[in-house]
Design a binder for this molecule. Structure first.
Ligand SMILES: Nc1ncnc2c1ncn2[C@@H]1O[C@H](COP(=O)(O)OP(=O)(O)O)[C@@H](O)[C@H]1O
Ligand SMILES: [Mg+2]
Length: 227
């Protein structure tokens, strides 16, 4: 479903942020992406959400070569991938419901669909009673749940999570990881989790891809956090 073929991304004349990366992710997989700060995790995820293009090599999403997608096709491709981040990235002047609805409004969904989908994803993340709360009235864990709900509105094939627990305490971090694991199991949504939380990665006992200085140095089915 996701295929990286010899992907290199170089910013300016610097040494490449990621270099000659190849891997596949199948539907329904849960993959942790680990590596020290600066190893290239976020760069890899940006290529996946088509926020950046590779300098060389190919990224395929469902057999679509994202390098060759026209600007007009881009929104359609991006909807296949939901993204969440360490800093949540919610709109401060919209409440939880509106933050989630916004992702549907920009894609032209009808208000009937918006109502039904937003209710559904809010329920899935367990936040029905916080729908009217603004980001500043929510805890970190709740904000991340809103972000997860928003990432789900287009029923994506994959959710990419860039250090989603980086601003959360250990207990809340586990709530978020369990929620991602449940979404993975329920809907067959693939998850790609960039993290440097050793405990989480080892407890998951899932596939682990390790980056080091932009290189993929390890890819193990039941991997451990080895750095
Ligand atoms: N937009 C950018 N412009 C220039 N260099 C960048 C940019 N984004 C990332 N880099 C560089 O690419 C390397 C990998 O960064 P990043 O992907 O953010 O690593 P990680 O997420 O693993 O910490 C770093 O050396 C970083 O400084
Ligand atoms: Mg990063």
């Amino acid at each position: 479903m996701i295929r990286f073929e010899n992907v290199t991304k170089q910013y300016g004349k610097d040494i490449p942020a990621v270099e000659d990366i190849s891997f596949n992710v199948a539907k329904g997989e849960f993959v942790s992406l680990v590596g020290h700060s600066g190893a290239g995790k976020s760069t890899l995820l940006k290529l996946l959400i088509v926020e950046d293009r590779p300098s060389s090599g190919e990224v395929f999403l469902d057999d679509v070569n994202v390098n060759k997608v026209s600007p007009a096709q881009l929104p359609k491709i991006r909807r296949k991938v939901g993204a969440i981040f360490q800093d949540f990235r919610l709109l401060p002047d919209r409440n939880a419901w509106e933050n989630i609805a916004f992702a549907l409004e920009v894609s032209g969904a009808s208000s009937k669909d918006i109502n039904s989908i937003v209710s559904q994803v809010l329920k899935l993340v367990g936040l029905e009673d916080k729908a009217k709360k603004f980001p500043k009235q929510l805890s970190g864990g709740e904000k991340q749940r809103v972000a997860i709900a928003r990432a789900l509105v287009h029923n994506p094939d994959v959710i990419v999570a860039d250090e989603p627990t980086g601003n959360l305490d250990p207990v809340t971090s586990w709530d978020i990881i369990r929620l991602l694991a449940r979404i993975n199991e329920l809907g067959g949504t693939s998850i790609i989790l960039a993290t440097h939380d050793r405990e989480i990665v080892n407890a998951l006992e899932r596939r682990v891809i390790t980056l080091d200085h932009g290189r993929l140095i390890r890819d193990e089915i039941k991997g451990r956090y080895v750095l």
